[in-house]
Write a new protein. Structure first.
Lengths: 400, 385
């Protein structure tokens, strides 16, 4: 009787309700995540009728996060949209925010059974084992292309393919631009996990910067997970406090990092996709994926009758700038002509294969020699895929 | 008379919950119409994708299975009046414990050398599976029992401590798979060594649903019997209703708290074991995808009733299963499924406040007799008019 009521709800019930409602937010990873109107891509629905006797085909894309995350997923979604624009005979079906559990197996199954998809692009790294491998055995006539380079010949089903890019080439160029733009010579790298892919980007960025400014350093902070917006913002702020004036990152969505850097009035360098719109003043350039060219080419091959099963599409596709797997963002307003010239020179070096990032003698930041004098490790060298050291000039450690 | 009392209350729950779901569906339809989709076509798609055919219904079952187990981690302590939301942590720790046990029994080492991998100890898979399940349950159980102990002996708020333990569990998982128990071959997705194919749980024959579903249903039924039909459950409900009265009556409140918390955690731990032994095959960050948090949702919507939770889990599983088709067929944003879930659950939670407000469900006052005491103290919502 003494309890105040609103709409017949007691305070206890209200608290309970609030608690449960906040549990929704937390379940976001379970089913999907909040992303406002990602309506950009399914233009396919109208473009599915094939012209000129071409056979219509359904292609499915699955993303681990929202399609408009300014990062990993957006890069893939933009590639998919561009692919459809180039191939009007394709119907694109997409699902976003699918976690790396049985959920992705069910999404793939549903795309195959209900939508009749013949080609699938489940894009997240963790989809591969066991989910893609199991589905590939069950549906031997469907082609599965996975982003990550995990395919092993003779071990995995032959309707599975894997592609990945040497994006550290573009990080090297971004490092050159950063080194020539920085006032203090101190740069910051906000990274998710100390795994080879990420370490390679940190090292290439640092080597790029030190190639034009030998005293440059890169402070690295690992946040521990792919999407930790709060820690990423904290890391960016503490870097700005330390006098670091260029920040880049390797996390799923660089949005927070770029916005924080812009707010603190320092430079930033993008990753995954173009983030110029988030930091119009401080954005220098960025290392971007170029999935548009990869996907468009793959589907052109499929259209001409090639397939993974016949063996005329390679099971492992890899490439860097030259092969069109990655690209640079447009230069921001703060980039000097000198920096642009140095960056273009490095780019030309990658295009003709004369520039090698990892060559001796190279020391790690603990003083150990990691590449012997006179030795050159080319981009494709498998040794580089097991990288477990930070090069000289990087401040930080990978011990977990 | 007894019969009448027995049917009115369940009918009230049924009508109110069913009505709430209908209102939720209606609101969702309005939302769909607002964003430009035909609500009836959307309903039809949801039905088809979640329950329509056996093939798609399996999708629902797969998603519902982990929720049934992780739900109990919140629901059991709720009978004691504790609000525990450490499901995710207990699930992760349970999964971790199960993998460690599995590797130890398979290869005799958490980080097996190539020779050990080539020559497993050859223990029977069934023994290993049982040991893994026990390890998962023990690990998850102890994890939540610590919360109960902190509550009982040090009066630490159990909601906060269990929530914080989630973060510790996830950090522990990331640390272990990133360093001490990492399989060096798992370069870019740090994982523990994988369990051998032979010790994996596999699916229920003839389906693609793993055994976790059966474990979940059994655990829910056992919990229901334990809480509603045993002296132990009765003591727990008494302590949940009024802890001082329970103490005065001589009930061992401390022991009850610890045991219930252990059982709660062991259910979530079992969910973790199923996730590694039936789905992932190794411990890695994919263990932590929100099944624990989903369980909290189910617990509140099912009003902590284990039998209702089976149905609610199926409902949530169905909603999640239909998420894909909403994106693909109706071109709705991927957050739509969250909005759908949110509307349904807000309605269900609101319906909680309507209990006892409709005369038709009220038991007829018996003349010349004092009103009967509630049959299940501590369970029904407080109604003060």
């Amino acid at each position: 009787m003494s309890q105040k009521k609103l709409l017949g709800i007691t305070r206890r019930q209200l608290v309970r309700g609030l608690l449960a409602t906040s549990a929704f937010g937390l379940t976001a990873k379970l089913g999907s995540a909040c992303s406002p109107g990602n309506n950009a891509t399914t233009a396919a629905g109208s473009a599915d009728t094939a012209g000129g006797g071409e056979e219509a085909m359904t292609v499915g894309f699955i993303y681990v996060g929202p399609k408009d995350d300014f990062g990993y997923n957006q890069a893939h979604a933009e590639g998919a949209a561009a692919m459809v624009a180039a191939h009007s005979w394709i119907t694109l079906v997409e699902e976003a925010s699918v976690p790396e559990t049985t959920a992705v197996a069910e999404s793939m199954r549903s795309m195959i059974d209900i939508d009749g998809a013949k080609v699938l692009f489940p894009t997240s790294f963790g989809y591969f084992d066991p989910h893609i491998l199991e589905l590939a055995q069950e549906y031997p006539d469907v082609q599965f292309f996975h982003c990550g380079g995990l395919y092993q010949d003779g071990v995995h089903p032959e309707n599975v393919g894997s592609y990945f890019g040497y994006i550290d080439e573009t990080q090297y160029i971004a490092g050159i631009v950063a080194g020539l733009s920085s006032q203090t010579g101190k740069m910051g790298f906000i990274a998710a996990k100390p795994i080879p892919q990420v370490i390679r980007n940190i090292n290439s960025f640092t080597l790029g910067a030190r190639s034009v400014r030998p005293d440059a350093t890169t402070q690295v902070i690992f946040t521990g997970n792919w999407a930790e917006p709060i820690k990423e913002a904290e890391a960016a702020n503490s870097m700005a406090d330390q006098g670091i004036d260029v920040i880049t990152c390797h996390v799923d969505s660089p949005k927070v990092v770029m916005e924080t850097a812009e707010r603190r009035g320092i430079f930033c360098s993008g990753y995954h996709a173009d983030q110029m719109s988030l930091a119009p003043n401080g954005y220098l350039t960025g290392a971007e994926w170029d999935w548009e060219s990869v996907y468009t080419q793959l589907l052109a091959d499929i259209q001409s009758g090639k397939s993974l099963m016949n063996g005329d599409i390679p099971h492992l596709l890899r490439g860097g700038l030259k092969e069109g797997f990655c690209k640079m963002s447009d230069y921001g307003p703060a980039v000097s002509e000198e920096a642009k010239a140095a960056a273009e020179e490095a780019k030309a070096g990658f295009m003709d294969g004369s520039l090698v990032i990892y060559k001796g003698e190279l020391k790690s930041n603990t003083g150990a020699t990691v590449v012997q004098a006179g030795q050159e490790l080319k981009q494709q060298d498998p040794v580089l895929e097991q990288m477990d050291y930070l090069v000289e000039g990087v401040i930080g450690s990978i011990a977990s | 008379m007894v019969n009448l009392q027995n049917w009115r209350r369940p009918l009230e729950s049924l009508v109110l919950s069913g009505g709430a779901i209908l209102v939720g569906l209606l609101l969702f339809g309005i939302f769909c119409a607002l964003v430009g989709a035909n609500p009836f076509a959307v309903y039809a798609s949801i039905w088809k994708a979640a329950f329509g055919q056996w093939s798609t219904f399996q999708n629902t079952l797969i998603r519902a299975a982990p929720l049934m187990l992780s739900f109990l981690c919140t629901a059991l302590p709720a009978r004691l009046g504790l609000v525990i939301i450490g499901n995710e942590g207990a699930l992760v720790i349970g999964g971790l414990g199960a993998v460690l046990m599995g590797l130890m029994l398979s290869y005799g080492n958490l980080v097996p050398s190539p020779e050990q991998l080539a020559e497993p100890l050859g223990m029977s898979p069934l023994v290993i599976q049982i040991a893994m399940a026990l390890a998962g349950m023990a690990a998850g159980g102890l994890w939540i029992m610590a919360v109960g102990a902190l509550r009982h002996y040090r009066a630490v708020n159990e909601t906060i401590s269990s929530l914080l333990l989630n973060y510790i569990a996830i950090a522990l998982l990331n640390h272990l798979v990133g360093g001490p128990i990492r399989d060096p071959a798992s370069l870019n997705k740090p994982s523990s060594f994988s369990l051998a194919e032979a010790v994996m749980l596999g699916n229920i024959p003839g389906t693609r649903v793993h055994w976790g579903l059966l474990y979940g249903i059994i655990a829910c039924i056992i919990s229901y019997i334990l809480i509603q039909r045993t002296t132990f459950g009765f003591s727990a409900r008494v302590a949940g209703g009024n802890i001082r009265a329970a103490r005065i009556a001589g009930l061992p409140v401390g022991k009850l708290t610890l045991i219930i918390c252990f059982l709660a955690g062991s259910c979530a731990g079992l969910a973790g074991m199923v996730e590694v032994a039936a789905v992932q095959g190794s411990a890695n960050e994919s263990l932590n995808v929100g099944y624990g948090y989903g369980g909290i949702l189910v617990a509140f919507a099912a009003r902590h009733n284990p039998l209702a939770a089976i149905l609610i889990s199926l409902l949530v599983g169905g909603i999640l299963a239909s998420g894909g088709i909403l994106q693909r067929t109706h071109n709705l944003p991927d957050a739509t499924v969250l909005i759908f879930q949110g509307l349904i659950f807000l309605c269900v939670l609101y319906s909680d406040s309507l209990y006892g407000r409709f005369g038709i469900f009220k038991e007829k006052p018996m003349t010349a007799q004092p009103p009967a005491p509630p049959t299940t103290p501590g369970q029904e919502p407080v109604v003060i008019s």
